[in-house]
Design a protein around this ligand. Structure first.
Ligand code: SF4
Length: 226
């Protein structure tokens, strides 16, 4: 494990805590998300930890969330849920399903709480499309990616040394955790995100790429009364 990268991750979180008055953590409960929580605890983070419960998560994911909440009692664990009962929309309109069940609850939370920064667990290695990810992305909210330089081996070694419990499905090849209808295990050497949104021609829900734009558009729509 690169001690320099690890020290840099913790330093970045400490910087974010000093620089932003109400940063939050969003997590999908992957290996990187688990490590992020632990490093953040060491750095003194005691804010909101957000997880969007779409209603379609594996039971193991929900139990794992409970175990993390019990471990990091200094943080405020908040589970967001969709406001609509959409049923199996993932079969007929997966983009609409993500929008209603995943993106909308988080955007609603963000527009109410208005955190100045999101600390998240993305790494460059976690998806082919993330190879150019920066440690800091300006915006409102800003996005901080303190683990950006860590490799999967770094994350596993950290989890091992820190004696962290990780998501039980990770051991079965679920490199990135999502909803059960849309997530599959990946084979060695494949893009770690390739198990997400299987068969839909995408590996992202669209939230991160469009976050600033979506929030800005929502604000403009409200001002215009649309
Ligand atoms: S990942 Fe699948 S089940 Fe989950 S919100 Fe998106 S389309 Fe629906």
């Amino acid at each position: 494990m690169s001690k320099n990268n690890l020290a840099k991750s913790e330093e970045t979180i400490r910087w974010a805590l000093a620089e932003f008055n109400n940063p939050i953590i969003t997590t999908g409960l992957n290996l990187s998300g688990t490590v992020l929580l632990d490093i953040s605890a060491r750095a003194g983070f005691a804010g909101d930890v957000i997880f969007v419960d779409t209603g379609f998560h594996f039971p193991e994911t929900l139990s794992f969330w409970d175990s993390l909440e019990a471990r990091y009692t200094q943080m405020r664990f908040k589970k967001l849920g969709p406001t609509l009962e959409t049923g199996p929309l993932f079969e007929t309109d997966p983009l609409g399903c993500c929008k209603l069940n995943k993106i909308a609850p988080l955007e609603q939370y963000l527009s109410e709480v208005k955190p100045s920064a999101l600390i998240n667990a993305r790494t460059r290695e976690s998806a082919i499309g993330r190879s150019g990810l920066k440690e800091f992305e300006s915006g409102s909210p800003a996005q901080i990616n303190p683990l950006v330089n860590l490799t999967r081996a770094d994350l596993e070694e950290y989890a091992n040394i820190a004696n962290l419990t990780i998501h039980p499905l990770y051991l079965y090849g679920f490199m990135s955790m999502g909803c059960w209808p849309c997530t599959k295990p990946v084979r060695a050497g494949d893009d770690p995100r390739s198990g997400r949104f299987s068969g839909q021609g995408r590996t992202e829900c669209g939230l991160w790429e469009n976050l600033g734009t979506n929030l800005e558009q929502n604000r403009n729509d409200k001002m215009l009364g649309s």
